[in-house]
Structures are given as structure tokens and as C-alpha cells.
Design a protein around this ligand. Sequence first.
Ligand SMILES: [Zn+2]
Ligand SMILES: [Zn+2]
Length: 262
Amino acid sequence: MADPEPIYIEFLGTGTSLGVPMIGCKCCVCLSENPKDNRMRTSLLIKYHGKNIVIDCGPDFRTQLLRAGVDDLETVIITHEHRDHIAGLDDVRSINYILRKRVELRLSEESLNAVEVEFPYIFNPGDYKGAPQIDLVNLDDEPFELNGLKFIPLLVMHRNMKVYGFRIGDFSYITDANFIPEETMKLLKGTKVMVLNALRLKKHPSHFSLDEAIEIAKEIGAEKTYFTHLGHLIGMHDRVNSSLPENMELAYDGLSFSVPYS
Ligand SMILES: [Zn+2]
Ligand SMILES: [Zn+2]
């Protein structure tokens, strides 16, 4: 019998690496008073059967968990090793201390290499007793199960860097890509809710522009597509949003929805 509980999805952050507003910028997006124009670094919360999984933990991680009322965490999955996706890893210590539990960290070998350089004290704590307590799990092309959800890794390219997106039932999530290989497009077939990155209006060497993302979204043909990892050069949320095709939307921090899962 199908499990009646849907997957709860919440965007903890929808901004590019510098966030929006950008420090020092006086453009209309950075000065906007619309909370939807205020974007922390890209991160996603997936809640299922009361358990939380977060995809990416950038520099805003602590604030994001506090803001979303997340006080427990099973797993952090890392899409790729850029700092805006890993810099907040140290904050899992709160979960370690308060709940006295370890947090699983799923990441590729390449991402692990970067995390080892960025957070050497996790791996060689010496006398230091306060290092984050994490359980490492390798992430590759193989599907895996977490909290009763089946995750299908979606390999995409971020210029020369491998990035993992994920398909979970009818929900698919891809950030930091400028190319989706044919094999991955096949894995996206039939997905109903799609999240894709779109950095800005103009072309960029390692991110989809908005037009490119719209074209790919049409090709994938999900019932609903949200765009994330947005920079200030995307323009004002409300204005851009109203110009998008009917079944596409800019995501914003705090946006949440449920997707049926069976
Ligand atoms: Zn990024
Ligand atoms: Zn990146």
C-alpha cells in the first residue's frame, strides 16, 4: 500500500554564493524590502516521518536551521564542494551537543577531499573534544535510501566540477549546474516537481541563466518547476516571477510545499 505521508520540502536558502543582498551593493534587488528578495545561501530541507535531511550547509546554515525551527537533523548531503555549500558544517555540533547524536554526512570523494582541507580538526581532533561528530557516507551514482525515502543521485556538471542533484519520488532537485548530461535527463523523466538553478539573466560559465533554465525546464516537462541559487542580477522577485511561464516560479527562502510519495 502506498505510504500516505507526503515529503515536506522547504527552501532554507535560494541565493547564490554571496547571498542577496550582497554586502555593499545598492542595486534595487539588494535594497528591496520584499523578503522574497532576501536570499541566504542555497540549501534545502527535506522532512519525512518527522526526520530531517538537509541538502548543503553553506555559511548561513545556523541561521537557516534556527529560522526554519529545525532542532534535529539526521543527515547533511553535499551536492559539491564549493564553500557556499559546505562552509556551515561546523554547526552540526549543536545537534551533537544537545541531542547527543552524530550527524551523517553524505558526500562524494571530491567533496570529502575539500571538507578535509576546510575542517582538518574533524578528522584529526587531537586533544580537542569539541569537533563535529559526523558519520561519513560515500555519495556516488548509486541510489540510496534515507529515512524511508529513495534518493536517485543526478549527476550534473558545474563547468568542470561534478555536482549531485537528487530525485526523490516525483520531486527532483538540481543546483549549481550549467549542463545536464543525457543520462541524467533520462532519470528526470516523469518528475512532477522540479527545482533547477538559475543564476541571473545573462549567460554564465558555470550556472544556467534564467532563459537556459526555462528551456531545460520545458524539456523536462515537470508540472511545476522552481528556480533557485539566484543572484541579485536575476532582478526583483515579483517582477521576474510574473514574467515566467505559468508552471514555473522563482523559489524564495522559506517557501515550502509537500510532494506525495509512494
Ligand atoms: Zn553554489
Ligand atoms: Zn558551486
